[in-house]
Design a protein around this ligand. Structure first.
Ligand SMILES: [Zn+2]
Length: 475
C-alpha cells in the first residue's frame, strides 16, 4: 500500500528540491529527505525529475466529427496520454440542440467509464441557452461537477452558437461559478471565405489555413473578451494560435479582466507551410484554428512566459490519414479537423520550453499541470506535489534524447504530426493515485481504473480585495 519515491528532484510550480515522496493509499502523505517506512516499496528516481502528473485540459476522445469518429477512444487516448506523462484529461462533452443535457453527459460517461486508464473530467458544450437549458444547467454543474462550459464561435451550421448565446452563457457562468471556454474564430466570415475558395477551384489543404486568417481569430477573441467584461464573468480561450489573439488576451488581462488562454504544442512548433506538403499530406496538419506563419511561435512562447497564456492543451482529436483525413481529397472543407497530440504535449513543452531556455522548470510545471488544476477546480487534489494531494506523479529522465514517430507512439492513429522531431527527456514511470500506469516505459495500467472527477466551481486565481478592504478603510 505504501511507496516511497527516493533520490529524485521534486519540481512543482513553486519549488525545485531534492526530496523523497511518501505515498499511502493513493495520496502523498510526506515529503522530505531520508524518508523511511518499513513496509513501503522503494522506487529509485535518481537522475530524474519528479513532476506532478500533467493535466490536459483539452481532449476529444471518441468524438464524432464530419461523418466520422476520432481514431482514439478513452482507452487508447488515455493510455497514450499516460505514456506521455499526463494523468488527468478533461474532455469535451458534446451536446445536441433539443437534447437534455443529462443525456449528453451520460453518453460521455458511457464512452469513458470502463476505458480510461487515468482520471478524467468533462467540459460541457453549450449550443443553445433557452429556458430548458437554463433550467438544467445548475443541476449539471452541481451534480456532475462540470464547472466549465464550452461555446463555439465557429463551425457555422454545426457547433456554432450565436453571440446572444455566448452572452447568456457568460451571465449564467458568472452566477453559477463556472468558467466559459470559447473556440474563438469568426465562423460567419469563415463560411463565406470557404465558399469563395471552393467556387474558385481552390480545394487543396492549404486553403483551409488561407480561409481562416488570424484576423478572424483576433476579432473573435476580442469580441468574447468584451462580452466577458460586460457580464463581469470569466473566460478561457482555447487553442490560441497567433499573435493577434494572444495580444487581445493580454490587453483584456491588462484591464483586469478574468480572461485566460491556452495554446497547443502544434502551434508552438509547426507552421502553416506544413499544409502545403505534397500528395495531400498537408491534410495531416489541418487544425482549426489553423497553423500560422512561423513568426507567431515566438509570440506564443512570449505569452506563455509572461503569463498572458496560462496553459497548454493538446486539443487531441486524432483521425487516420488513410480513410479519414482522405475524406477531404478534392475539398479541403471536408478534411476532419484535428490531430494526434495527447502523447507528445508534455515532452514537447519540456524539450522546446525548458531545454531551449524559453521557460523555467517551475513555469513548465505550472503550464503543464498546475494552472489547469487551478482554473478548472481540481487544485490541490491535482496539479502539484504536496501533502494531501493525489499521488499523480511523473518520474522524468531529462537526459534521454529521442525522436518522435508514429513507429513508436502509442496513439491509435497512422501518423504522428511531429514525425522526426528530436526531443530531450522522457517519462520513465507514471503513477495515478499512487498506482503505476507506466512502469519503466511499459504500460501496466488497467482500462477502467481512471476515476471521473467532479470539479469545484471557478475561483479567480488572484481574488482582488474590494477597494474598501485595503488598509482597513476606504482608499
Ligand atoms: Zn478542441
Amino acid at each position: 500500500m505504501k511507496k516511497i519515491i527516493k533520490n529524485g528532484i521534486i519540481v512543482t510550480a513553486a519549488d525545485t528540491y531534492a526530496g523523497d515522496v511518501l505515498i499511502e493509499n493513493g495520496v502523498i502523505t510526506a515529503l522530505g529527505l531520508g524518508l523511511e517506512a518499513a513496509d513501503a516499496e522503494v522506487i529509485d528516481a535518481a537522475g530524474c525529475y519528479v513532476f506532478p502528473g500533467g493535466i490536459d485540459p483539452h481532449t476529444h476522445l471518441d468524438m464524432p466529427f464530419g461523418g466520422t469518429v476520432t481514431a482514439d477512444d478513452f482507452e487508447t487516448g488515455t493510455r497514450a496520454a499516460a505514456f506521455g506523462g499526463t494523468t488527468t484529461v478533461i474532455d469535451f462533452c458534446l451536446t445536441t440542440k433539443g437534447e437534455p443535457l443529462q443525456r449528453a453527459v451520460d453518453t460521455w460517461h458511457n464512452k469513458s467509464k470502463d476505458k480510461a486508464v487515468i482520471d478524467y473530467s468533462f467540459h460541457l458544450m453549450v449550443s443553445e441557452l433557452n429556458d430548458r437549458v437554463l433550467g438544467e444547467l445548475p443541476q449539471i454543474i452541481e451534480d456532475e461537477g462540470i464547472t466549465s462550459l464550452k461555446v463555439f464561435m465557429a463551425y457555422k451550421n454545426t457547433f456554432q452558437a450565436d453571440d446572444g448565446t455566448l452572452y447568456k452563457t457568460l451571465q449564467t457562468a458568472k452566477k453559477e461559478g463556472a468558467l466559459v471556454m470559447v473556440h474563438a474564430e469568426n465562423g460567419d466570415v469563415i463560411e463565406f471565405l470557404v465558399e469563395q475558395a471552393l467556387a474558385a477551384g481552390n480545394t487543396d489543404p492549404i486553403y483551409h489555413a488561407l480561409t481562416r486568417p488570424p484576423e478572424l481569430e483576433g476579432e473573435a477573441t476580442a469580441r468574447a473578451a468584451y462580452l466577458t467584461e460586460l457580464t463581469d464573468s470569466q473566460l478561457y480561450v482555447v487553442h490560441v494560435t497567433c499573435a493577434e489573439a494572444a495580444w487581445k488576451i493580454a490587453e483584456a488581462r491588462k484591464k483586469g479582466l478574468r480572461v485566460y488562454g491556452e495554446t497547443c504544442p502544434q502551434y508552438l512548433v509547426l507552421d502553416q507551410s506544413a499544409l502545403e506538403k505534397p500528395d495531400f499530406e498537408g491534410a495531416k496538419y489541418v487544425w482549426s484554428p489553423p497553423l500560422r506563419e512561423a513568426w507567431n511561435q515566438d509570440a506564443l512562447w512570449d505569452a506563455l512566459w509572461n503569463g498572458s497564456l496560462q496553459t497548454i492543451g493538446s486539443d487531441q482529436c486524432s483521425f487516420n490519414f488513410k480513410g479519414q483525413k482522405e475524406l477531404g481529397r478534392g475539398d479541403f472543407s471536408k478534411i476532419p479537423n484535428g490531430g494526434p497530440t495527447i502523447e507528445d504535449r508534455f515532452s514537447l513543452l519540456y524539450s522546446e520550453g525548458v531545454t531551449k531556455g524559453r521557460i523555467s522548470l517551475n513555469k513548465f510545471v505550472d503550464i503543464i499541470a498546475t494552472s489547469s488544476a487551478k482554473l478548472f477546480g481540481l487544485f490541490p487534489q491535482k496539479g502539484t506535489i504536496a501533502v494531501g494531494s493525489d499521488a499523480d506523479i511523473v518520474i522524468f529522465d531529462p537526459n534521454v534524447k529521442r525522436t518522435l514517430s508514429a513507429a513508436t507512439h502509442h496513439m491509435n492513429v497512422d501518423y504522428n504530426a511531429f514525425e522526426g522531431f528530436e526531443v530531450n527527456g522522457e517519462p520513465v514511470s507514471v503513477l495515478s493515485r499512487g498506482e503505476f500506469v507506466i512502469r519503466d516505459k511499459t504500460f501496466v495500467g488497467q482500462a477502467g481504473s481512471g476515476q471521473y472527477l467532479r470539479r469545484k466551481r471557478f475561483e479567480a486565481e488572484v481574488p482582488l480585495p474590494a477597494r474598501k478592504e485595503i488598509g482597513g478603510g476606504v482608499v
